[in-house]
Design a protein. Sequence first.
Length: 277
Amino acid sequence: MKKILMTGFAIAGFALLSTAQVRMPAPSPTQTVKQEFGIGSIELTYSRPVAKGRKIYGELVPYNKLWRTGANAATKIVFTEPVEMGGKKIDTGSYVLYTIPGMDSWEIILNKGLKNWGIDGYKESEDVVRFKIEPRKMKNKLESFTMAFSDVLPESCNLDIKWAKTLVSIPINSIFKDKVRAQLEAAMKTDKKPYWAAAQFYNEYDKNLPKALENVTKAIEANDKAFWVWIYKAKIQKEMGDKAGALESSKRSMQLAVEAKNDDYQKINQDFQKSLK
């Protein structure tokens, strides 16, 4: 009787093991990367295959053939604000990122086929943009397929595709000036006028120094104790060739920074005044 019970338990245990779900590591794990960019963000979702001693380009990933740019599902990229890629404006939205690797150049493709699995269902008619990038050789070999953003600046960044010893760096440009300019113009019609933000925009992005100076001066009128705004005005004046005005503005910034016991801005003003000599 005991043997029968033991056998029964063994059979039941085997049945549980055979029907239970066992979670194993994904051979090509999915990664989602989100990068703030311009006044929006870019989100990338892709799968990361591993080399495992295999030759990658030319064998595992054939040359001159459409590739899902990773493994499993097609790589998806989402823009929350318009950008520019390959010399073309890309509207806000979601796209599939395909590539055609080559020995001397890669073709980069943004496509609307969001329901595609890998390259299945791909239609060239759904391409949004196609352009070519020259691949570069990396010093160190990378085991896992990797996509990442690099050199992220307010107006530009790169989307890097890296695997084995190959790097393909895709330039992306943000398109935000017209939108920010319109927002500033609308805000200037309200009671709370954004003079400080306007000064930074016209100086750093619009490259309109007279308008930047006009707005930074009004920002100071609104807050005469803002030593960080005074030195900003000084830098604009220097850029415009008004060294005497720049020196006076910097002296005022220094005075206020001393009163506020702000060592950082005292040092900034000291260095700035030396640059005027």
